[in-house]
Design a protein around this ligand. Structure first.
Ligand code: NAD
Length: 341
């Protein structure tokens, strides 16, 4: 506890040393909660592109991540919003106009919003508070949180929208993410400029929850395409084909897909693909397994039959158990299949 307090003082000192504001402003305040692989980079881009009259408050249960980000912002060029560090999600969001969350799983999103809604009150003027959740969770959980926000901030004083993203850590770092937005039409013009500080494209998919539905449908397809590509490549190579020749044929034919063209699972076929660097980096097999699980859950709720999902889930689960596959890019299923490397 003592060391936490000490760390906390250090964080505050780091903020002061940069001339970061530590006094609260009533309006034009942003809050960013969840500074993991994605959120850290997104918050950095957001802060850098806001004006010095804006404030960004940061919160993560991992205090070291906050400290590191504050220090990195210190070395950033002049300009950008003032930064405040918070001890709880509640404290971070109580005066915020816009709260952005980027958390791992539905339970983390629910628990963060429990804390946020404990502290946040309705703005006294005609404005409303905006909550943008960029986490990949299931649409039902997202709608549940949206309902809690509407109940806590009635009369349209609070709006919760879903904006899951694609582009990975590379896109988050470069500020080139694509966001799939689930929000009422009337809010799009308010949300878009905020998201465009962290990405390059916002695809409005429909009302709240539809951003997640679009994201999960896409990632379901990706989960299957990835396994099928690994199988087809393994098959062709075992029949005696050169891997590059086979990929070249597929990529101008009807089997062409993102795993065959960009993220080919066979090492050496695409030099920039994770397979060519021992499947390191890229989209972790654990995240793929998680998205597949969420897609299956949402499919069940919609009574949509998925013929391939159960087997695909087993493949990712089995592959993740193997030491040489665990924690690597999801194209590592090629290795799990026993493909030649
Ligand atoms: P991550 O696990 O790296 O980071 C999550 C962060 O949330 C951690 O820093 C953790 O300490 C923090 N956290 C957890 N519970 C918290 C709470 N209650 N309050 C405050 N902070 C809390 O995850 P990530 O890779 O940044 O992914 C975030 C979301 O984005 C996930 O839903 C993921 O599926 C999705 N996503 C990830 C990628 C990717 O390539 N990593 C790509 C697209 C989408």
């Amino acid at each position: 506890m003592k060391s936490n307090t000490r760390l906390w003082s250090q964080l505050q000192r780091a903020a002061h040393a940069r001339g970061f504001s530590t006094t609260s402003r009533r309006l034009d305040n942003y809050t960013f909660i969840g500074l993991g692989q994605m959120g850290y980079q997104m918050a950095r881009n957001l802060q850098a592109k806001l004006s010095p009259s804006d404030t960004v408050r940061l919160f993560d249960i991992n205090k070291a991540a906050m400290q590191k980000l504050a220090e990195e912002m210190k070395t950033q060029q002049a300009g950008g919003a003032a930064v405040q560090l918070s001890q709880t999600a509640e404290e971070a969001s109580k005066d915020a106009d816009t709260v952005i969350t980027c958390l791992p799983e539905p339970q983390h999103v629910k628990s963060a919003y429990e804390s946020i809604l404990r502290g946040v009150g309705a703005p006294k003027d005609t404005s409303s508070r905006l909550f943008i959740d960029c986490s990949t969770i299931d649409p039902s959980s997202s709608r549940e949180v949206a309902g809690a926000v509407s109940s806590a901030l009635p009369d349209a004083k609070g709006h919760f929208v879903d904006a899951p993203m694609s582009g990975g850590v590379v896109g988050a770092t470069a500020g080139t993410l694509t966001f799939m937005l689930g929000a009422p039409e009337s809010l799009v013009s308010r949300i878009e400029p905020i998201l465009l500080r962290m990405g390059k494209r916002v695809l409005h998919c429909g009302p709240q929850g539809t951003g997640l539905s679009a994201k999960l449908a896409n990632n379901y397809l990706l989960a299957i395409n990835n396994i099928a590509t690994a199988e087809a490549m393994n098959l062709g190579i075992r029949w005696g084909l050169d891997p590059k020749v086979l990929a070249g044929v597929i990529n101008v034919s009807t089997g062409k897909c993102w795993p065959s063209e960009v993220n080919n699972p066979v090492p050496g076929v695409v030099e920039t693909a994770p397979s060519s660097r021992d499947y390191k980096g890229g989209f972790g097999i654990g995240l793929m397994r998680k998205d597949l699980r969420l897609a299956m859950l949402a499919a069940q709720e919609a009574d949509a039959k998925l013929a391939l999902a159960d087997r695909a889930k087993e493949v990712y689960e089995e592959a993740e158990k193997e030491e040489q596959c665990k924690g690597r890019d999801f194209s590592v299923v090629y290795r799990w299949l026993g493909g030649k490397e």
